[in-house]
Design a protein around this ligand. Structure first.
Ligand SMILES: O=P(O)(O)OC[C@H]1O[C@H](O[C@H]2O[C@H](CO)[C@@H](O)[C@H](O)[C@H]2O)[C@H](O)[C@@H](O)[C@@H]1O
Ligand SMILES: O=c1ccn([C@@H]2O[C@H](COP(=O)(O)OP(=O)(O)O)[C@@H](O)[C@H]2O)c(=O)[nH]1
Length: 457
């Protein structure tokens, strides 16, 4: 078996618990497969970037690299999260483009290439993840790296028109052609990439979906929806009922139904719209007042980026307004918690909740949607209210699908979910569990790597 080398900005080091689907997914994949995980150490240091750290846990060797403040600011807080993230989530209004941060992004990618190249062998399968590291394969090829290299984009691939708003987009996105396989979350993302490569790269789309570039280079393209460790989550959630935090939450409900939301504090997750939709639910369904409490868990994310700080202020205002308008002396309709919870505890929270609100404005996949379903009690499952604009909607069409911009629609879906009869809840749950079980995290990893191993380059 070829050695697997995974590269991502975010690495889940042993014992670390932090919100974010990429780290959760790759941690499960590497635990099962073994291999090397290379990425940023999570440390911002005073001296020069590039110091490496190594540790081993079971079959996984972790090699991580420190970044200093200027590099981290330009690469992560700057070009990755203030330029590419909003662009890829169709938020042109938030794109902040600066040549300086673009140069920092390139500089850090070059450093990744320089440190990684000597660790690689020709028979490795190298799997690079996400928008932070788009040019890495091209830089490794320049250093003579000959192994197969795949790329997976965890976030949406927008239309060619939208991508073309990025100055010199071709210089960045054409580096994707250096990969042997480029993978996306959904078929629509993969199609938009093919169209981009046709319009701006002059590529032709082959019957098998791969793209042949004018020089003859062939790039395999596919959709590989990321999954979860469904079996583990089901077992964790059943066991979590005894955890003190889960028991305390249940007792605090005083017999009321629980609606739950779990998201990084990110503008792509549609939290202001969701809070307002919950307020709208309270207004449109006055007979249901006091029946349901909404718990939103939203750990702070990318807190050095201005747009994220602004979002936090905005949400505090909306949450205060909703509670000020609707609370009773013995009932707070909206509980808003800016804390990160461990995965096992979260699964217990999911299981207590009669419904989950997963209403991003745009999301590559959204693992919380899948985790919520997998954590349910099969005898009495809750209902998933899911945005049609999340990648997960392509597989979970038995959820109550909503448009997150339609506040009345989300409000009515909350009411419908809260009173859905058991037979309908079970039917929907069983239907969602089929893809969640079949295409779990192990299947995701196996499908991508088998396809990468078959590429001819
Ligand atoms: O690493 P951070 O900056 O703290 O952000 C956390 C991760 O957010 C994004 O996750 C995406 O990947 C998930 C798994 O495929 C997917 O379900 C979700 O829709 C995406 O938003 C980001 O793409 C990762 O790189 C970050 O690590
Ligand atoms: O307090 C929290 C909040 C979230 N998560 C996890 O973070 C991931 C979020 O992934 P998702 O794909 O939903 O969105 P992303 O944050 O990657 O955009 C999920 O596995 C959550 O269980 C967590 O471990 N603790």
């Amino acid at each position: 078996m070829n050695r697997l080398v995974v590269v991502s900005n975010r690495v889940a080091l042993p014992g670390e618990s932090r919100a974010g689907g990429l780290a959760v997914g790759l941690e499960a994949a590497l635990r099962a497969h073994g291999g090397v995980w290379f990425g940023w150490s999570g440390k911002v240091v005073r001296d020069a970037s590039g110091r490496l750290h190594e540790q081993t846990d079971g079959d996984v060797r972790y090699v991580t690299m420190d970044l200093n403040r200027p590099d981290h600011d330009a690469y992560y807080n700057g070009f990755a999260n203030r330029t590419l993230w909003p662009l890829l989530h169709s938020r042109l209004d938030l794109v902040d483009y600066a040549r300086e941060t673009r140069a920092g992004y390139r500089r850090v990618n070059l450093l990744f290439a320089e440190k990684l190249a000597p660790l690689l062998r020709d028979d490795d399968l190298l799997w690079i993840h996400d928008y932070h590291l788009i040019p890495l394969a091209a830089m490794l090829r320049e250093r003579g790296v000959g192994c197969r290299i795949g790329f997976f984009l965890h976030v949406p691939m927008p239309s060619a028109d939208l991508v073309s708003a990025l100055p010199e987009h071709g210089r960045l996105f054409s580096t994707l052609y250096a990969y042997d396989l480029v993978g996306f979350q959904t078929m629509r993302d993969a199609d938009r990439f093919r169209t981009y490569a046709r319009i701006f790269g002059g590529g032709s789309i082959e019957p098998d979906g791969s793209v042949t570039l004018p020089g003859g280079k062939r790039v395999d393209v596919g959709n590989f929806p990321i999954g979860i460790d469904a079996g583990r989550i089901a077992a964790q959630s059943a066991a979590a009922v005894g955890k003190p935090a889960v028991r305390a939450l249940r007792e605090s409900m005083s017999g009321r139904q629980l609606a739950i939301g779990v998201d990084r504090l990110d503008y792509s997750k549609g939290l202001p719209e969701r809070f307002r939709a919950f307020g709208r639910y309270l207004e449109r369904h006055p007979d249901e007042r006091g029946r349901l409490t909404f718990l939103q868990i939203a750990p702070v994310s990318r807190g050095d980026v201005a747009e994220y700080r602004h979002l936090r202020d905005q949400l505090e205002g909306i949450a205060g307004h909703i509670n000020g308008t609707h609370a009773e002396p013995d009932w707070t309709p909206l509980r808003y918690v800016n804390r990160n919870f461990g995965h096992a505890t979260l699964t217990g929270f999911y299981r207590l909740a009669s419904l989950a609100l997963v209403t991003p404005l745009r999301d590559g996949m959204n693992l919380v949607a899948k985790e919520y379903v997998a954590a349910q009690n099969p005898e009495n499952p809750g209902v998933l209210v899911l945005s049609m604009l999340a990648g997960a909607a392509a597989e979970l069409d038995a959820a109550l699908l909503v448009n997150p911009y339609d506040l009345d629609g989300v409000a009515d879906a909350i009411s419908r979910a809260a009173s859905m009869p058991l037979p309908e809840r079970r039917e929907r749950w069983e239907s969602m569990m089929r893809p969640i079980t079949e295409f779990d995290i192990h299947a995701w990893c196996a499908r991508f790597l088998e396809r990468l191993a078959r590429t001819t380059g």
